[in-house]
Write a protein that binds this ligand. Structure first.
Ligand code: FE2
Length: 358
């Protein structure tokens, strides 16, 4: 088999226009020689006699060197310490170490620190130029791979946002379909949201938690879409079987929302919005602080709105009667702390006309 010897092209022996090299070596003659070779090849060259002097040439304004060509054994600060410090402060520089044969293990340490290559002393002009060209190419490739990775992450995020938006829109359509199916819930989700957010703000919860409560409240009854209209709109008490069917709606809400990561943080709040403080609610029979705080808030808001609006099975109660009922059930059905927060801010809450009391 014919093996073609690798012959560097002309361009490899010509430094990229404007590429800046910092040559660090305590031997003045070597610096002089390297500078001569590199400047002839088109590089811009500066020199330093040790690591500390080299670091003093980092300007920190993004105009740093393209290549750091450094000896290993030097007084004051050696090449390894210099590389470690330099590559932390200027990671885009291609580091190349110059080592004697006996220092190969140290050269390997330099590669582990992030140096692109090493060159063994003594070396000639052509080997030096090829090594620097390769180091620059390697750094450029690393930059392109990083750009590609960042671009890919950006594209994936954009696509995920589009998918999430489509899902949110389809869920919005489901909420509207539910409102069409169950006349009495029209505006209910919006009012429960207004009450719940008001309670959360009155309690001084962080804005992120308030936002989660807002989303959970809007969607809490979405699962009613899986309950028969005859059950939802029955103008009388439900039979045991009908109640079991009705009680599935928090779980159905969770099943609908679960595929979208965006909704996952609010699923426990939705699942447990029919728990009771005394542990006699559903679906988990959780009690007291076992019930997510958002669910305890939504339970008060949900029940107050249900009592003050007309339903298939009864007329709306006056607000004063609903308040009395909340007080009576504080500590059994409801978290008493949340009832008192709601009652302290209830009169300040304004319900807009478009989701007004039906
Ligand atoms: Fe519900």
């Amino acid at each position: 088999m014919k093996i073609t010897q690798y012959v560097p092209k002309e361009s490899l022996l010509t430094g990229p226009a404007g590429a800046r090299v910092l040559v660090v070596d305590d031997e003045e003659f070597l610096r002089f020689l390297v500078r001569e070779w590199l400047e002839q090849a088109g590089y811009t060259v500066e020199e330093a006699a040790d690591g500390r002097e080299a670091l003093g040439k980092l300007d920190g304004r993004g105009h740093d060197f393209d290549i750091l060509l450094t000896d290993i054994r030097m007084p004051i600060m050696d090449g390894i310490a210099l590389l470690r410090e330099w590559l932390q402060r200027s990671p885009n520089t291609a580091g190349v170490v110059m080592s004697a044969n006996a220092e190969l293990d140290i050269a390997v340490s330099a590669l582990k620190l992030g140096a692109c290559d090493y060159i063994t002393k003594p070396f000639g002009n052509d080997v030096l130029l090829i090594t620097l060209e390769n180091a620059l190419r390697k750094k450029e490739l690393e930059r392109q791979v990083e750009d590609y990775r960042l671009n890919l992450e950006k594209k994936v995020k954009e696509q995920t946002d589009v998918i999430n938006l489509m899902y949110v829109r389809s869920i919005d359509a489901m909420v509207k379909a539910l409102e069409a199916k169950d006349d009495y819930t029209r505006g209910h989700a919006q009012r429960v949201t207004i009450y719940s957010v008001a309670i959360a703000r009155e309690m001084g919860l962080p804005e992120r938690e308030v936002e989660d409560i807002r989303r959970a409240s809007v969607l809490h009854d979405l699962g009613k879409i899986g309950v028969r209209e005859a059950v939802l709109n029955k103008p009388a008490a439900l039979t045991d079987d009908e109640f079991r069917e009705f009680a599935r709606h928090p779980g159905i809400s969770v099943n609908i929302l679960e595929p979208v990561p965006f909704f996952r943080p609010i699923l426990p709040a939705i699942l447990h919005h029919h728990e009771r403080y005394d542990g006699r609610g559903y679906p988990g029979g959780l009690a007291g602080d076992e019930i997510p705080l958002a669910s305890r808030i939504m339970a008060v808001a949900d029940t107050f709105d249900a009592m003050t609006t007309t339903r298939a099975y009864r007329k709306a109660l006056p607000a004063e009667d609903a308040v009395a009922e909340l007080r009576a059930c504080a500590g059994t059905q409801f978290d008493p702390g949340i009832v008192s927060v709601f009652l302290s801010c209830r009169e300040k809450i304004r319900i807009p006309a478009e989701c007004g009391i039906s």
